[in-house]
Ligand binder design. Structure first.
Ligand code: SF4
Length: 225
């Protein structure tokens, strides 16, 4: 009885924010899923358990911010990247340790993933590289927290200009497709890719032509917000 009420609270309060620009978290993600977001295609709702996991992750972030301030290494937290035409995003923190500045990105993950994590996840690397680029800071730290056991792993990265340039080329090419109403093709390893397992546009993706196609002819098959 109570469980159902709590679950209902979570599912009824989830927001499907309208998105008009790329977010840093879109870097390296399936271009077709990002395209659907920018075209305001209706998303499949997340279940209450997943929403509680996200909320728990936010609490972990806040605890770390608090400790950074007490350690006096947190110069600033939750800082938006400077305004420009392609992308928006908010870095977790900018730190100063031993007179060196770092962009910090915190990721809370489950124990199973944490145990096998020997190097940072690729999409996380893409995100922190873009933060370093827009803040003009040459070093970044990816801090992973095992949300079940509270263990931590950190990876320090140097700014990689070539990687950033390639990410920006991809984002500009996708922007072009959004503006010209060209729907990108499915991922090459659809539906096995891990992104497809968690994609909120799975049903839409399945229903539409899997190849690159005109959005104007495809969109009538589905609902937008
Ligand atoms: S189901 Fe897979 S290929 Fe289709 S939009 Fe989602 S992530 Fe992309």
């Amino acid at each position: 009885m109570l469980k159902e009420l709590i679950d209902k609270f979570y599912t009824e309060n989830q927001k499907n924010k309208e998105q008009t620009r790329f977010y840093i978290t879109d870097a390296g993600k399936c271009p077709r899923a990002v395209f659907f977001k920018l075209k305001n295609v209706q998303r499949e709702g997340l279940n209450a358990r997943i929403l509680r996991i996200f909320e728990h992750g936010e609490h972990i972030h806040r605890n770390i911010f608090n400790i950074l301030y007490r350690l006096r290494v947190g110069v600033t937290t939750e800082i938006p990247i400077p305004a420009q035409e392609i992308i928006s995003g908010r870095a977790d923190a900018i730190l100063c340790i031993d007179k060196e500045n770092y962009v910090l990105d915190i990721k809370s993950i489950n124990s199973m993933v944490f145990r096998t994590l020997l190097e940072p996840k690729q999409d996380n690397v893409f995100q922190i590289q873009l933060y370093m680029h827009y803040f003009n800071i040459k070093k970044g730290i990816l801090l992973y927290i095992d949300k079940d056991q509270q263990e931590m792993k950190e990876f320090t990265l140097d700014y990689d200009q070539k990687m950033v340039e390639s990410l920006l080329v991809d984002l500009h090419s996708l922007k072009d497709k959004v503006e010209k109403d060209i729907m990108p093709e499915r991922l090459a390893d659809y539906p096995k890719n891990w992104q497809c397992q968690y994609c909120q546009f799975k049903q839409t993706c399945k229903l539409l032509n899997g190849k690159e196609s005109s959005w104007l002819t495809e969109k009538d098959k589905i609902k937008t917000i």
